[in-house]
Design a protein around this ligand. Structure first.
Ligand code: ZN
Length: 198
């Protein structure tokens, strides 16, 4: 009895470390997992293992991928000279639904946020600059329309423009403070079409 209670406690502790899961939810989830069939519970454990074993990051664009380079970087049909810079993988997935865009992506892994102690060295900026030396003609900055996203865009434009490469920012059709990830594709298409040069 004591032993099983300790296992539940251990599982709940693990779950409570996940983002957005409080102590109460973690305990509820742990008991839910206990009630699952052996098969369902092991499937859950296996999918966690699988995600860690199979999914990694593309060494070119930093997107999450089961192959390296990812399917976007290795697609010769896409424009190789236009790079759309986004904060997260989920943003790249949203922008990829914009039919007019068939270039490549670069995922920064976040945005500049001095209050959270996130500076340029914490983002994948050096990798981006290296890519630009391979015939890139335009960089479209599609960071989120909030204070940190704007500051990141201005910082990047300041780095890239001196290299003689066109830098554009997606239009402000997106509501300020919103998240790219949750914008519908029509809004994203308008934002992409209305992009303005720095
Ligand atoms: Zn890639």
């Amino acid at each position: 009895m004591f032993k099983s209670a300790a296992s539940i406690e251990k599982l709940a502790n693990r779950l409570a470390r996940l983002p957005g899961i409080g102590r109460k939810s973690a305990t509820r989830l742990a008991f839910h997992i206990l009630k699952l069939s052996r098969e369902d519970a092991f499937e859950l454990a296996d999918s966690i293992r699988e995600v860690k074993d199979k999914v990694g990051f593309c060494s070119i664009c930093n997107n999450i991928s089961e192959s390296d380079p990812c399917r976007i970087c290795s697609d010769p049909q896409r424009k190789q000279d236009v790079i759309c810079v986004v904060e997260e993988t989920s943003d790249a997935a949203a922008m990829d639904k914009v039919e007019e865009f068939d270039g490549l992506f670069h995922i920064l892994g976040g945005c500049l946020s001095p209050l959270d102690g996130i500076g340029p060295d914490d983002l994948k900026i050096m990798g981006l600059i290296t890519r630009l030396k391979k015939g890139v003609t335009e960089v479209i900055i599609a960071t989120n329309p909030n204070v940190e996203g704007e500051a990141t865009a201005v910082y990047l434009a300041g780095l890239i423009r001196p290299l003689g490469i066109k830098v554009t920012r997606i239009a402000r059709g997106l509501p300020v403070g919103s998240d790219l990830e949750y914008a519908d594709s029509a809004t994203l298409t308008r934002a992409m079409e209305g992009r303005q040069e720095y």
